[in-house]
Design a protein around this ligand. Structure first.
Ligand SMILES: Cc1cc2nc3c(=O)[nH]c(=O)nc-3n(C[C@H](O)[C@H](O)[C@H](O)COP(=O)(O)OP(=O)(O)OC[C@H]3O[C@@H](n4cnc5c(N)ncnc54)[C@H](O)[C@@H]3O)c2cc1C
Length: 297
């Protein structure tokens, strides 16, 4: 096999890509991982819901451990942004930004999704300090009894505010633009205060985020969830003709194969719950199916 030819190329080295690389390495497959260093997982300050880490683990450390495990079983991991993928004659050809070319029989897309982070001064650092958050399933438990706000531009954020009443009776909905038509008093019935704001009203401080209401009142919060959507990193698959849902998440079979034969997908880029453990599970299923298909060729 030529140096640039692989059984499987995996695009992405987040939890999904690296788990698949470990499985494929242990299946003794020649496997290459290409990644552009922008995993969503690296933003995790400390996760408390990952199997086996009762004391919690940060995203950077988790990625380092997964990287070590994958390379131990032979995965080759290279920094490279994949810009195009084509398919012909039963193989994929990948081209990187540096104009390198790789070929593989199977391709696993583990490219994740990008959260929409508003341009507020100090926002990236505030994510790392858990002041700004994206996902109540991830870390709502760590906001128990805190002053929580949800920045919302529509129904998704409104559902998130309701979800967060599991954890605190001090939940405020900070609404951008027009509310979604919820009946007057709906939020009051759930003990949620709804306040119209613009993004520039948000001020990030050391230990809290404050906002001045239109009425001139200052309000402060211990944790602010941004419910402003995300963009699935699906373009390589879409160019190959893969189907996705109305939010851009890729549709896959029970074995994680997209609508394009031999193109698999796992993790946040796929429709489903955006969680580390889900990404890993989907990657295990994809890797095993790919190995079984390769055994038949
Ligand atoms: C602040 C924060 C806290 C979170 N907390 C938790 C938590 O506590 N528990 C939990 O389960 N989940 C948590 N999550 C969600 C978790 O990070 C994701 O579910 C997980 O990272 C998904 O893994 P993935 O492998 O699908 O994608 P990612 O981790 O996003 O990895 C995507 C990979 O694709 C690569 N890539 C994309 N496009 C290209 C390209 N064209 N060429 C080359 N490489 C490419 C990137 O470099 C990256 O390596 C949190 C997320 C955030 C932002």
């Amino acid at each position: 096999m030529a140096d640039n030819c692989f059984d499987v190329v995996i695009i992405g080295s987040g939890p999904a890509g690296l788990t698949a690389a470990t499985y494929l390495g242990r299946f003794r497959r020649r496997c290459l991982v290409l990644e552009d260093g922008n995993a969503r997982a690296r933003w995790i300050p400390t996760s408390h819901n990952i199997l086996g880490f009762a004391a919690g683990i940060g995203g950077t450390e988790l990625l380092a451990r997964l990287h070590e495990q994958a390379t131990k079983y032979g995965a080759i991991i290279c920094s490279a942004r994949v810009t195009t993928v084509t398919t012909a004659g039963g193989e994929f050809t990948l081209t990187t930004a540096a104009k390198e070319h790789y070929k593989s029989q199977y391709l696993l897309l583990a490219t994740g999704t990008r959260d929409h982070l508003p341009q507020i001064p100090g926002a990236p650092e505030a994510v790392m300090r858990s002041l700004l958050r994206f996902c109540p399933i991830c870390d709502g438990f760590e906001a128990i009894d805190k002053r929580i706000a949800v920045v919302s531009d529509g129904p998704f954020g409104e559902r998130e505010a309701l979800f967060l009443t599991t954890y605190s009776d001090q939940v405020t909905l900070l609404q951008l633009g027009a509310p979604s038509g919820a009946p007057d008093g709906k939020w009051t019935a759930y003990g949620i205060e709804a306040i119209p704001i613009t993004l520039s009203d948000l001020v990030i401080k050391d230990h809290e985020v404050s906002v001045r209401t239109k009425a001139g009142e200052a309000r402060s919060f211990d944790a602010v969830y941004l419910a402003l959507g995300c963009t699935a990193q699906n373009s390589l698959a879409v160019h190959l003709g893969a189907h996705c849902d109305e939010h851009g998440a890729l549709s896959v079979s029970a074995h994680q194969e997209t609508s394009v034969p031999r193109l698999y997908a796992a993790g946040d880029v796929v429709r489903g719950l955006n969680q580390v453990i889900v990404a890993a599970a989907e990657a295990a299923i994809a890797a095993t199916d790919i190995h079984n298909k390769l055994r038949q060729t």
